[in-house]
Ligand binder design. Sequence first.
Ligand code: NAD
Length: 284
Amino acid sequence: MTTQRASDVPALDWNRLLDGKVAVVTGGGDGIGGSISRLFGRHGARVEIAEIDPERGASAKDEIEAEGGQARAHAVDVRQEDDVAKLRDAVLAEHGRVDVLVNNVGDYRPLVPFRRSGPESWDAMYRVNLHHVFLVTRAFLDPMIESGGGSIVNFHSVEGMRGYPGEPVYGAMKAAVAHFTTCLAVNQGRNGIRVNGIGTDLCQTPQVDYIGGWEEHERLWPSWAPVGRLGWPEDQARVALFLASDLSSYVTGHNIPVDGGSKAGGGWFFSPETGRFVNRPTGI
Ligand SMILES: NC(=O)c1ccc[n+]([C@@H]2O[C@H](COP(=O)([O-])OP(=O)(O)OC[C@H]3O[C@@H](n4cnc5c(N)ncnc54)[C@H](O)[C@@H]3O)[C@@H](O)[C@H]2O)c1
């Protein structure tokens, strides 16, 4: 496992970056996870879709197979320990190995303002954003080590990397996913496991609908995102492909904002009308 010479770095097939790898994608039916499943399938992965919505799972599987790829869909609620154990057993029974795990499930809903929140809403935020990251990672870590190593990609949010006024408990859960990523990377690097995270923002999905009200908001995107446009699940999936594949063989313990520059921009907004940056927008 120890790479000592540059010539030991494996050559890459740029069109099949995950050729033959077994990749588990949670929430892999739709949204960002759906895009990841499809892109990984195109790159030769044997995709194992863990999806609470059977129709979404089946649709992703069918599309991957229609493109000549390999996939299976599992009706799984990753918040449930029994479901996760069955998922692990099914993946290992089929392939005997696992190489890539994408922990993608997460949700800001129901958004309960902190002053009205309590143990029940905190627990719900915990279960949908953090608990399953522990559950699924723990289930697949030993098989991944026994497979000779692998890559784990954890989705969190830019709201775990900056102050999020909307729902501090959600922000805290996402920050915990980011720091779990950093710690696990150091903890498991010598076992051949790389762990990296993606802090998402501004991405059009079923959960976060930016297209609704588009006429009113289209002109504001150059102000909202430094790259000047709305983000798409494919923008996230490409970075997940980089982190999952040997393209990133010397990258571990990092959390990459995939956010059109929103974190880098801090509180600064570009005004297309004046051509200037403002940190106190009045007209948007
Ligand atoms: N879209 C954004 O702009 C944005 C911003 C910040 C963070 N994120 C994070 O990115 C990740 C993906 O977000 P998205 O917008 O694609 O979400 P989404 O809700 O649109 O899609 C999530 C997918 O996961 C499935 N799913 C939900 N709960 C599940 C469960 N318990 N078990 C198995 N499958 C389940 C859903 O059916 C769906 O297919 C999440 O962790 C989210 O918090 C997204």
